[in-house]
Every structure is written in C-alpha cells, then in structure tokens.
Design a protein around this ligand. Structure first.
Ligand SMILES: [Zn+2]
Length: 129
C-alpha cells in the first residue's frame, strides 16, 4: 500500500487516488481546492484555473474533511500533516505554505530537519494558461 496522508485533527484520509486534497485560501481570502501529488519528483499541483495565487503568496491550508486549519504549531509558515508509510510507521510531515517555496521538513528525534525525501510536498504550480 502506498503512503497515506492523514489530517492531524480528525485523522481523515487526505489522499484520494494519486492526489492529496487540501482546502486552501489565498491572501484575498478566496477559497479553493488544491491537489498535490505525493510521488517523489512530481512537482505539479492541480487547482481550478479561476482560483489563483502568486509565487511567494502565503496560502492557508485546511482539512477538507473537518475544515480545521493545518497550521503547524511549531512554525506559522509550515503546514502539518501525518504520513503513514508502507511499514505503517507514522511521520510528522511539514511543508511550506508559501506558494512555490521549496522548504520541507520532517520531525525527527533531534527536532525538525530539512529533508530531501519529502521535497515533492510543496505548493509549486505551473501557470498553464
Ligand atoms: Zn481533519
């Protein structure tokens, strides 16, 4: 079984098919849905073309199931989700809520460390139009 992604509040499954689903809000307080690909090396994210945000914009992330916000308690610029790997080990995953920013973290016993392993979890998006 592939890695699973859970909301830290309701433990609902955020992964549907090949995508992780988030409810998001841009700085104009417009709301939309954002799909991120959990596969390594896949930097695309999917959103409706009429919902826009800019590179560098600070995006609010919410669980689409319980609607709680996914702000990381440790850093207001990070989003927090739980990942369960194929061995059923649970990991705290943090990624940047700044659109297009390549900053990703995993909580380890030594604290928060930058890791390349989850570098696919970021909110880069392609301007396709
Ligand atoms: Zn939830």
């Amino acid at each position: 079984m592939d890695n699973q992604y859970l909301c830290p509040h309701c433990r609902g499954h955020l992964r549907v098919g090949d995508c992780i689903v988030f409810k998001i809000r841009n700085t104009k307080r417009e709301k939309g849905l954002l799909l991120l690909h959990p596969e390594a090396g896949n930097y695309t994210s999917i959103k409706h073309p009429q919902f826009n945000f800019q590179e560098g914009e600070r995006i609010d992330f919410f669980c689409p199931i319980c609607l709680q916000n996914l702000d990381a308690a440790i850093d207001e610029n990070l989003v927090h989700v739980i990942m369960i790997d194929e061995q059923r080990n649970e990991h705290e995953i943090y990624f940047s809520r700044i659109a297009g920013e390549l900053r990703n973290y995993q909580l380890s016993e030594e604290g928060i460390t930058k890791t390349g392993e989850y570098s696919h979890m970021y909110t880069h998006f392609e301007m396709s139009d």
